[in-house]
Design a protein around this ligand. Structure first.
Ligand code: T6T
Length: 329
């Protein structure tokens, strides 16, 4: 459905609900404040998600608070969450930094009557409003299908290396739902290729420099390394830099995840075979719409899936593809 018609529909539903909205919920006439807490601020993925949330906030007349830490770190995200809770928004959209460690801090928000929507990453198992477990309270989960994304990367990398050879996953930090699921999907799909061996995952702590050093260390141990799956922006960019520094860019095949502007040149020069661009603006947009629908008394799907665009050297000049490159500011 066209975004504009969805908004129109929601506006109509809100108006139809009129003053008979559920007690404790915002009335249609009240100004609604919604907060977005990204996984980190210094990442084009979340910069772009913020833009999507801003567009929806503008369309709906919502006040949007955007507050996050500069790095991926639970001990930085929790105090930011507490500070946002103190501002008493009607809802919080959040990309939790850890599947388990954010459950209790977010429960605090939920217990004070603030609706929680997970965007990009989830807490618990990501299945919400089931009436069971301690992490089912978020209203909705709005994100890419990360297992599928991992499977897509595996198929593309397998093809690029002639369905044989040694590969590894360059990954960020364990217990992040998205990147765990991408690795899971990648490994499940690679099972269909008996001549591909998956080496031990290299975790870089969301640090591209570390990912580059790890690439060089793996190549030192495994000179016939055939390919790498970079499971997020920093893991992919770092591994690609490592390959460049080692003089094997284009020789060791790379399947990336995420789409910073720098990927364009790296697709064209063969450093990356492909990258799987998520649609973070869509995640921000529909996350905000879902939160608004809930706080104005309307039912909301418990999961909203957003799409991917596979970018290659062959299609990156197509404006329908390049529009999904992430914004850096
Ligand atoms: O890949 C995205 C996001 O989906 C993931 O949860 C964390 O890493 C990124 O922000 C890219 O750096």
């Amino acid at each position: 459905m066209e975004r504009r018609s969805l908004i129109k529909m929601m506006g109509a539903a809100t108006a139809a609900a009129g003053t008979s909205l559920i007690a404790g919920k915002a009335s249609a006439a009240e100004k609604v404040t919604i907060a977005l807490i990204p996984g980190l601020t210094a990442d084009g993925f979340y910069v772009t998600m913020h833009k999507g949330a801003e567009a929806a906030a503008k369309a709906l007349g919502v006040d949007l608070i955007y507050q996050g830490a500069a790095e991926w770190n639970v001990s930085l995200q929790v105090p930011i969450l507490d500070a946002v809770i103190a501002k008493k928004p009607a809802a919080i959209l959040i990309a939790p930094n850890d599947k388990q460690q954010l459950i209790q801090p977010l429960k605090k928000a939920n217990d004070t009557g603030i609706a929680v929507v997970c965007v990009d990453t989830f807490i618990g198992n990501g299945v919400f409003q089931t009436g069971s477990g301690d992490a089912d309270f978020p209203i909705s989960y709005v994100a890419s299908d990360n297992v599928l994304g991992g499977r897509m990367a595996a198929r593309a990398l397998a093809k690029a290396i002639g369905e044989k050879g040694k590969v590894y996953v360059s990954n960020t930090i364990p217990n992040i739902s998205t990147t765990d699921q991408r690795e899971e999907g990648f490994k499940l799909e690679i099972k269909n290729y008996p001549n591909i061996e998956v080496l031990e995952t290299q975790f870089n702590g969301d640090d591209a420099n570390k990912a580059a050093a790890q690439f060089q260390a793996v190549l030192g141990r495994v000179p016939d390394l055939a390919g790498v799956f970079g499971a997020n922006l920093f893991s992919a960019a770092g591994a690609a830099n490592g390959a460049k520094q080692a003089g094997v860019a284009g020789k060791v095949k790379m399947a990336g995840f995420d789409a910073p502007e720098s990927i364009v040149a790296q697709l064209k020069d063969g450093t990356f075979e492909l990258t799987i661009a998520q649609h973070p603006a869509e995640i921000g947009y529909f996350g905000l719409v879902a939160a608004y629908a809930h706080v104005t008394g309307n039912p909301v799907p418990t999961a909203i899936g957003t799409g991917f665009t596979v970018m290659t050297a062959a299609n990156i000049d197509d404006p329908n593809v390049s529009r999904y490159l992430y914004k850096s500011e």
